[in-house]
Design a binder for this molecule. Sequence first.
Ligand code: 5GP
Length: 187
Amino acid sequence: MTTMDLRADIGEILLTEAQIQARVADLGVQISADYAGRPLTLVSVLKGSLPFMADLMRSITLPVRIDLMEVSSYSGATTESSGLVRILKDLSSSIEGEDVLICEDIIDTGLTLNYLVRYLGGKKPASLRICTLLDKPARRLVEIPVDYTGFTIPDQFVVGYGLDYGELYRNLRYVGVLRPEVYTESE
Ligand code: 5GP
């Protein structure tokens, strides 16, 4: 069960605040160089990518527009592998002709992003690339061309820096693994 002490629920810290901040700053430098002279549109996927996008956009020195989408996977056995995604919040404005960079929190099976790339690609951006803070390649079901990766992590369920368990832990400044009791006692 979740306690009122978020830190006490975390077993191992996988990525410290300092590690995350340093890597996000590096990504910002790299992205600013790659898109030099062009304005960039960042599209983030709520809710998990919120802290990542907030930090990344401030480490990019180009003119940046942002837009937000919210999606949820359809629950149920058949949809798990089909990758059907429901759009809860769509883009606010057109991305046609823009250089678009998707900011994701984590790529696991890749099904969500696979859907998003097809969806956003259909809106005729000038270019479409992917930036993810975390990549868990062990569980990938579809091949995704990832252009920028913060960290490659092992096949563990992580929380913090936007990532939740039961909608909690998103406000942690680091990424960690929950103690097993947090899952077992809530079932
Ligand atoms: P995919 O479609 O790539 O399997 O899953 C992407 C989504 O699953 C992520 O945006 C995230 O919401 C969720 N997810 C995948 N792995 C983790 C994890 O380790 N921790 C948390 N909190 N969410 C995860």
